[in-house]
Design a protein around this ligand. Structure first.
Ligand SMILES: C[S@@+](CC[C@H](N)C(=O)[O-])C[C@H]1O[C@@H](n2cnc3c(N)ncnc32)[C@H](O)[C@@H]1O
Length: 245
């Protein structure tokens, strides 16, 4: 265990994750960290956005795994992604360096992962022109004043039973207000109460198959076309590779 209380774990797909002794929770699924991230955020989220210029907002930057995979996908699919992420407890560089994520995205250079972590906070940093711009915000999501507008939200907080304050309805309402029409929110969580909170905020919510080890996850879409009951499955997207439940 490192001095900050993190232990490195290998997950079932061979990729590492961190276990936080303070939260008594791991950062990713032990059934496969990269596999979970690709399934929940890339396949069910990023690949369902029809636009090629996409503003992503991540709640909980953490290890930077979602950011790395998003950058790789942006390069692969010729997207121009602006990636804003909020993190209250940035990880030490020694900890992120121990994860072994450098070679996860073959299209990216080996220093791409460390660039995510060494890039300054509170300002947009172009990490690859026309492909990936990162803006890390150090702070508490629960008190964040959202001024930007987003096309895609990666809701990757620790689970509701560990951090209930992150899953409160007014926060989902603020996220809804910050999203563009047809914006998508994805989370690994499938809890009924979370789904109902999202629905009360105006989202259309789908339960879709989760990553290995998890039956379902949630995907919510912002559409103000009240009479047109639309799901992501019925919307234009660049890829339809998730089977909807
Ligand atoms: C489940 S981890 C996921 C992290 C990241 N997405 C990843 O793939 O490594 C949840 C993250 O939320 C962060 N977090 C916890 N409370 C927060 C808060 N109030 N505001 C912003 N981030 C917070 C944690 O420090 C942690 O990095």
């Amino acid at each position: 265990m490192d001095p900050e209380g993190f232990t490195l774990h290998q997950t079932a797909d061979g990729t590492g994750t961190l276990y936080s002794s303070k939260m008594q929770e791991s950062y990713h699924s032990l059934n496969g960290a990269a596999q979970e991230s690709r399934h929940v955020f890339i396949e069910a989220g990023l690949k369902q956005c029809p636009a090629t210029s996409i503003h992503v907002f991540e709640i909980g930057f953490g290890t930077g795994l979602n950011a790395l995979l998003t950058w790789g996908e942006a390069k692969r699919d010729h997207l121009d992604v602006t990636y804003t992420a909020v993190e209250a407890y940035p990880l030490p560089l020694e900890t992120t360096a121990s994860l072994g994520y450098e070679s996860l995205e073959p299209l990216l250079t080996k220093d791409a992962f460390s660039n995510l972590h060494v890039s300054p906070w509170e300002c947009p940093v172009v990490l690859e022109k026309g492909c990936f711009t990162l803006c890390k915000l150090k702070g508490d999501f629960t008190t964040q004043n959202l001024t930007d507008t987003f096309d895609l939200i990666y809701f990757d907080a620790f689970a509701p039973d560990k951090q209930p304050e992150m899953w409160e309805e007014p926060l989902f309402a603020a996220l809804y207000a910050s999203m563009n029409e047809n914006g998508i929110l994805v989370t690994y969580c499938a809890k009924g109460e979370v789904r109902r909170r999202l629905q009360r905020c105006g989202f259309l919510v789908e339960r879709i198959p989760g990553p290995p080890g998890k039956r379902e996850m949630l995907r919510a879409i912002k559409t103000t076309l009240q009479n047109e009951k639309k799901t992501v499955a019925e919307s234009p997207s660049r890829a339809k590779n998730i089977i909807l439940g």
